[in-house]
Ligand binder design. Sequence first.
Ligand code: ISE
Length: 343
Amino acid sequence: MAENELRVGVIGVGMMGADHADRLVHRVAGARLVAVSDPDTARAAALAGRYDGVRSVDDPLALVADDEVDAVVIASPGFVHEEQVLACIAAGKYVLCEKPLTMDSESSLRVLRAEREAGKELIQVGFMRRFDPQYAQLQQLLASGDLGRTLLLHNTHRNKSVPNPEFRSEMIVRDSLVHEVDVARFMFGQEITTIQVLSPAPTSHACEGVVDPQVALFTMAGGGVVTNEVFVNCQVGYEVRCEAVSERGTAIAGRPQSGLYTTRVGEPAGSWGGTVDPDFIARFGLAYDLEFQAWVDATRRGEVVGATSWDGYASTAVCEAGMQSLASGQPVAVTLVDKETLT
Ligand code: ISE
């Protein structure tokens, strides 16, 4: 093992966790995947068997406590995050937890308080857009003041489809819009004070009773406004972008790049740009790689980078208000505790 190499355990090896495991093995320097855990123990064992020196551990809390695990990636479903993150804090281990931090603001607050009481920042929340080179560049541009004060953001977030018949309208707010919540806070450097979720007539491709697309409006603490379209059954592919409108100019992150101009006999007759990404793993692959590298480097230095537990708590609180607004159609105020005292 290289000196100071970070030994990482991954909890939850569904689509995202398996991708993260592969990332740790092949694309991140300074870390070594040593253990994986999943309620589907056969799936965990099969994944562990693919790599040298990786064990599968049935109990996720035993993985956290394992002496050979220095730091933990949590890619399990949101409803088990609280228990698993609290276990990491109790063990004094750094953790990269996929969003959402927890399912509601009360439980996120319990996590935040536990981390404060432990006296050391340990939690990074997996908001990967912060590491996408264009999103990061846009944030730096806005923070530099070159474009003047930021007035508006327009976010677009489209997924090809959600074939899951269990899918519910609230999941669009909690699992998809939550990314734009973090983007708005990141770009403005301010909290969101109100959220309103509008329910346009749904696409015929949505499951029965599901409101899709949704349009969410955020008001920022400084008075800026953010419009968000989230459309998870757009049928085409994965499209995510953010346009900022400032006093002296505008900028867009995530605009498709033009590519090779080709023509061909047959259908389609040719193309002049790239293709639309199929899903978030393709679209944000580089962002995830950069996020993981930053997490590993920071953990080895004993620091936390990216979205913190406060960011996780604040975004959960906004989504909670968003789910109320989805039900009523009315704007809902976001209430946060005092950041310094947590009261
Ligand atoms: C999923 O959970 C994600 O995090 C993706 O980034 C998002 O695009 C998708 O809508 C969510 O369901």
